[in-house]
Design a protein around this ligand. Structure first.
Ligand code: ADP
Ligand code: MG
Length: 598
């Protein structure tokens, strides 16, 4: 056979294989085009799961009549011109292949009008190079793309489509993701003429929160902390759910890099690591997060459908994300953001924003410090702050706050040997005794472990571990990481490691797989916290066994001591498994329960 040039339409159909997997991918590309066009209202109409019709209409800048045919041809774009542009992409699209790809596997109609013209124009696409002349069409300023009968001419692809319901679920997911990426654009979605979403443009904090609630549910918002961190040119803001609001699926995880929705291993690893200590195994955190960074720091041209990005400074980003989220979660102790009253009818929790000055400053929440420090200490700190106004340690001290106002108040009684009832200025506090004590013990064990150093124990029979050549070199290169945690590891062959010593705490662990997992982390992320996590889980089990059990009688004095300990302890808002350790019932909520004042 001789070499031949493929016809344009076939080239586009091949490209469509990468970009257009199903109706939802068409919706994604069209929505991105509308956002790039600066639209403030976008309507998405879907019929039969998008297999019969997909229509996206926007009020963006429109397309010039003479560019309509070009927009449907391959490698034609208005978004980049040079290689430098490619390295600084600020638009969602830039590859110039969505419209030609889509039009080669469907019946596509593109109508548009720009502000300078009094009427619109329409063109049909079929994936070929030559297009008919545009014909006049009534159209307001903006663009409409209609895609009918997706994959009508590629039966092999059509076979992979699922039911109408499944395909629509995917479309809905795309619309939700994009709706959370650009708050300023109003988005509506209809399926078979029925309205599914109508999201108005959101311009201020309240409206943005409202959109998050419409997309992720009110319960998510009620149980989320607002975060906003900035350091070394990176900013991370958004909402993260309290660990107690974890999920069995990863369905409430929205992450955006410069307004682009991405799924990224480095990102999920950093997030997982930040939550690991407060989340029960197998549960997934919920979050809506926005990472903003200079566009030159991130390569968006890493995936045809642009699902993935590549960070130029991957480690820096990983570290920043981890630290930001970890410190936000560490602050979930009494006095910051309780899991309040969502159990009560009609009451919604008001969660304060956690906005530390800097991620890298002292992780101790200023709020808690103000409330629990004895007066004498607070006075000393105030004096220190006055002398060292720029010191990061200078904790603001508000003299109007009395030291007697403990966030968790004072114990009144013990209920069935399980709960502590306490009274604070807002109302009633209920504490799960065992859960709270377990968390405190765990945090203590961790800090004792950190300050006393690691007890290591030589293995009677050294353990050989078979690994790959590159893993073995990684083990040599990162030997310090193992040594720091009490391991002694050597290389005794190109593909063989030997473990001679391990931390005492890990004597019952499966050391070989731990070592292998650590090495694969190192190769993927340049670092690993797996050993630390493993040690922590052992400490956590220890904590569970040494903490007060149910039916253990406590005196009022002991109960109050526990409350004070909780206030002092990081992450004490939830137990080691991510369940809440305490709940606040405000007087208001109690009044509502009894329908007082109605
Ligand atoms: P890309 O988005 O990568 O540039 P596309 O094939 O998606 O490639 O679109 C090609 C071009 O058509 C875009 O660069 C843009 O100029 C124009 N275009 C597509 N959709 C719209 C729209 N909704 N509004 C305005 N212009 C559009
Ligand atoms: Mg595009």
């Amino acid at each position: 056979m001789r070499v031949q040039r493929l016809p344009t339409r076939l080239i586009n159909q091949i490209a469509a294989g990468e970009v257009v997997e199903r109706p939802a991918s068409v919706v994604k590309e069209l929505l991105e085009n509308s956002l790039d066009a600066g639209a403030s209202h976008i309507e998405v109409d879907v019929e039969q799961g998008g297999m019969r019709l997909l229509r996206v209409r926007d009020d963006g800048c429109g397309i010039h009549k003479d560019d309509l045919a070009l927009a449907l041809s391959r490698h034609a774009t208005s978004k980049i011109l040079t290689l430098e542009d490619l390295e600084q992409v600020t638009t969602l699209g830039f590859r110039g292949e969505a419209l030609p790809s889509i039009s080669s596997v469907s019946r596509l109609e593109l109508s548009s009008r720009i502000a300078q013209e009094n009427s619109g124009w329409r063109i049909h696409g079929d994936g070929r190079e030559l297009h008919t002349e545009p014909e006049p069409a009534a159209h307001p300023i903006g663009t409409t793309v209609e895609v009918r009968d997706l994959f009508f001419n590629t039966p092999a692809r059509r076979k992979f489509l699922r039911t109408e319901k499944t395909e629509f679920t995917h479309i809905e997911e795309v619309v939700r993701r994009i709706a959370l990426s650009h708050f300023a654009a109003g988005v509506s979605l209809r399926h078979n003429q029925r309205s599914v979403y109508t999201l108005r443009p959101a311009h201020d904090e309240r409206e943005r929160a409202q959109r998050v609630a419409s997309v992720c549910g009110q319960a998510f918002l009620d149980n989320a902390l607002c975060v906003d961190f900035e350091a070394t040119g990176l900013r991370l803001w958004g909402w993260i759910a309290l660990p107690a609001f974890s999920r069995s699926q990863t369905d409430l995880q929205f992450f955006y890099v410069n307004g682009r929705t991405v799924r990224d291993k480095l990102v999920s690893h950093a997030v997982r690591q930040a939550y690991h200590d407060v989340l029960y195994h197998g549960r997934h955190p919920a979050f809506v997060l926005y990472l903003e960074m200079p566009s030159g720091q991130v390569d968006v041209n890493a995936h045809p459908a642009k699902h993935e990005v590549r960070f130029r400074e991957g480690r820096l980003v990983h570290d920043f994300l981890f630290r930001a989220l970890h410190s936000a979660l560490a602050q979930v102790s009494p006095g910051s953001a309780p899991l309040t009253e969502t159990l009560l009818p009609g009451a919604h929790a008001q969660l304060p924003a956690v906005t530390p000055q800097s991620v890298f400053a002292n992780a101790r929440p200023a709020f808690t410090t103000q409330h629990i420090m004895p007066l004498q200490v607070r006075e000393q700190m105030a004096a220190y702050a006055a002398l060292h106004p720029s010191s990061p340690q200078a904790t603001p001290v508000d003299p109007s706050v009395s030291p007697s106002e403990h966030p968790l108040g004072y114990a009144l009684a013990q209920l069935h040997g399980i709960f502590i009832l306490a009274q604070n200025s807002q109302g009633l506090v209920l504490v799960d005794m065992h859960a709270a004590h377990e968390r405190i013990t765990y945090e203590r064990l961790k800090s004792a472990f950190d300050s006393d150093g690691i007890q290591a124990q030589p293995l009677l029979v050294p353990l050989t571990v078979a690994v790959s050549v590159s893993e073995a070199s990684a083990a040599e290169q990162h030997n310090a990481l193992f040594v720091d945690l009490g391991f002694e590891i050597g290389r005794i062959g190109p593909e063989t490691l030997v473990v001679r010593q391990i931390p005492v705490l890990l004597r019952d662990a499966d050391v070989a797989s731990l070592v292998r997992d650590v090495l694969s982390d190192i190769r993927a992320h340049g670092s690993s916290t797996r050993i630390r996590e493993h040690l922590n889980s052992v400490l956590s089990t220890l904590a569970c066994h040494t903490s007060v059990r149910a039916n253990h009688r406590l005196t009022l004095l002991e109960m109050n001591a526990l409350l004070r300990d909780m206030e002092r302890t990081e992450r004490s808002g939830q137990c080691n498994h991510g369940r809440p350790t305490w709940v606040q019932f405000s007087l208001d909520a109690l009044d509502k329960l009894f329908m007082r004042g109605e």
